[in-house]
Design a protein around this ligand. Structure first.
Ligand SMILES: [Ca+2]
Ligand SMILES: [Ca+2]
Length: 305
């Protein structure tokens, strides 16, 4: 998707996270959602939902999971573009996809949510096992940078930092105490899949993710329209200034922002562009068929529930 890749080029990129979808199976969706609008459901604690004829009250785990998700209706959508800015990224062509109903999280997965997963399971992330992870240089202290003598060839602003992990995003002297509502970072694809499995969800396919991101619009550069800053308002946490040395922070954030900031499209998704990248279930590929596809999944390690 053209706008997304554009953002990827200029945003401050710190780590990864997953947006989970809860695929609808038969009638196994929260039936209350089809009767009431989301506001009335998710902001009234007297509500309940019914899944497979089992009633869950407002304090149930199922209800808590569903209220942070939005339903994307089954239908025919267009993804990709015939006017790519970064052709090498596989933004073209514009192509038709047919999708089933699915639910997708409205927010990036937060540190608080990921910590609940770690506390419940004892899971150890890949970055913790590897003993390091890559951090954007602008977030590191000079003393930390002085100890590093390697970088990514094509993106020298990414530096390998010993003991950087989701709990210590900028290395062992950093923490997330005041960032519990920020997106979890330094999470690998396998870590994201493990988290989603624990939540009884799954990663979205790239097609599902892009359809959700577009928010019901077509041929627009951004999830909200064609202007980066409509009414001179920032709509995403990205980079302002000369990348990668001058970050003017005009959107209010040098690094990540809380997952609840920047509502961006008509589906109510937040930070679907900007803030941090998203994982999807399938392989990233650059050559796409022009043909209409039904629930497309690019070849490789697609993850099923
Ligand atoms: Ca920013
Ligand atoms: Ca994002």
């Amino acid at each position: 998707m053209i706008l997304l890749n554009y953002f990827y080029k200029i945003q401050i990129i710190i780590g990864y996270y997953c947006l989970c979808v809860n695929a609808e199976k038969d009638n196994a969706y929260c039936q209350c959602m089809s009767k009431l609008n989301r506001q009335s459901i998710f902001h009234s604690l007297e509500e309940y939902c019914v899944v497979n004829n089992v009633k869950f009250n407002a304090t149930s785990v199922k209800f808590e999971k569903m209220k942070k998700m939005v339903k994307i209706n089954a239908g025919t959508y267009f993804i990709g573009t015939n006017n790519p800015i970064f052709s090498a990224d596989g933004e073209a062509p514009k192509r038709e996809v047919v999708l089933n109903n699915f639910y997708i999280d409205k927010f990036e997965v937060s540190n608080e949510e990921f910590m609940a997963f770690i506390n419940a399971t004892g899971y150890v992330t890949e970055a913790e096992n590897f003993g390091d992870s890559f951090v954007f240089e602008g977030l590191l202290t000079q003393s930390t940078k002085d100890k590093i003598h390697k970088a990514v060839a094509q993106a020298p602003w990414w530096l390998p930092v010993k003991q950087a992990s989701w709990q210590h995003p900028e290395g062992p002297n950093s923490n997330i105490i005041f960032r519990m509502d920020h997106p979890v970072v330094h999470v690998s694809w396998y870590d994201a899949v493990a988290y989603c499995s624990w939540m009884e969800k799954r990663l979205p396919t790239e097609a599902e993710w892009e359809v959700a991101c577009r928010g019901g619009l077509s041929d627009r550069l951004y999830p909200w329209g064609n202007k980066l800053m409509p009414n001179n308002q920032h709509r995403a946490n990205i980079w302002q200034g000369n990348f990668s040395t001058e970050n003017t922070e005009e959107d209010g954030y040098k690094g990540t922002s809380p997952v609840t900031t920047f509502s961006q499209n008509k589906y109510g998704l937040h930070n679907i562009v900007g803030n941090v990248w998203e994982w999807t279930a399938d392989w990233w590929i650059t050559k796409h068929s022009h043909d209409r596809q039904i629930n497309p999944v690019s070849m490789g390690r697609f993850y099923h529930l």
